[in-house]
Ligand binder design. Structure first.
Ligand SMILES: [Cu+2]
Length: 129
């Protein structure tokens, strides 16, 4: 039996469309399970932190960008031990022009300061998902 060319083309189109739907669903599921991370940026400027407060959901990042002319060191309170959220500490200065990003896994209101310039402070509020 010889299928007309149109029928063969039709079968091919249906097969390709189903595959597209399948791939589409796969991507959708992947996106639900692994949503794109939110990224909040805090500039470290000569006047302090800008902005001084950011809000985000747990599992997302805050990146501290050194836009100052000297080394900066954002870290969890309390100065000088950083014991309230010890992981929230780069454990060293962030060079001029560099950035340090931290993923906040714990919900809470996290106060921070600059370890080298402790008069500068800010707050990261992390909400439960
Ligand atoms: Cu400190």
């Amino acid at each position: 039996m010889k299928l007309p060319r149109l029928a063969i083309l039709g079968i091919f189109v249906v097969a390709a469309a189903s595959m597209g739907t399948y791939i589409g669903r796969g991507n959708l599921e992947l996106n639900i399970l692994n949503p794109v991370k939110d990224r909040k940026e805090i500039q470290m400027i000569p006047e302090g932190f800008d902005p001084k407060e950011v809000n985000l959901y747990e599992g997302n990042d805050v990146c501290f960008v050194n836009a100052d002319t000297v080394e900066r060191w954002p870290a969890s309170n309390i100065h000088p031990t950083h014991g309230i959220y010890p992981e929230f500490d780069p454990k060293g200065p962030v060079a001029v022009g560099e950035e340090w990003c931290f993923t906040f896994e714990l919900p809470g209101i996290w106060r921070f300061h600059d370890h080298l310039l402790p008069q500068f402070s800010g707050i990261v509020t992390v909400k439960d998902k």
